[in-house]
Design a protein. Structure first.
Length: 86
């Protein structure tokens, strides 16, 4: 299952691969602005992936605080498996 954000990030990676392929095999010029933009995009992709894999890491917690996001509550032994009884 892939979210909408996953598709957007996959599209950014696809664009980067296309530009790198044309640079390596066809000798196309890559400007410093393009290289910087692709570096920022890849950094964002890796950071987003890290946060998805490790949501309880100190980095994720710090990012939540910096962005003002509500912290996710971790379940405990007393947390019910079902919220509402039938």
């Amino acid at each position: 299952e892939v979210s909408a954000m996953g598709f957007i990030l996959a599209g950014a990676c696809k664009d980067i691969v296309i530009v790198l392929f044309s640079w390596m095999f066809f000798g196309e010029q890559v400007t410093a602005q393009q290289a910087l933009g692709f570096t920022v995009a890849l950094t964002g992709v890796f950071f987003w992936s890290y946060l998805k894999v490790n949501p309880s890491s100190p980095t994720a917690r710090c990012t939540e605080r910096l962005l003002g996001l509500p912290a996710e509550k971790q379940p405990t032994e007393n947390t019910p498996l079902v919220k509402d009884k039938v």
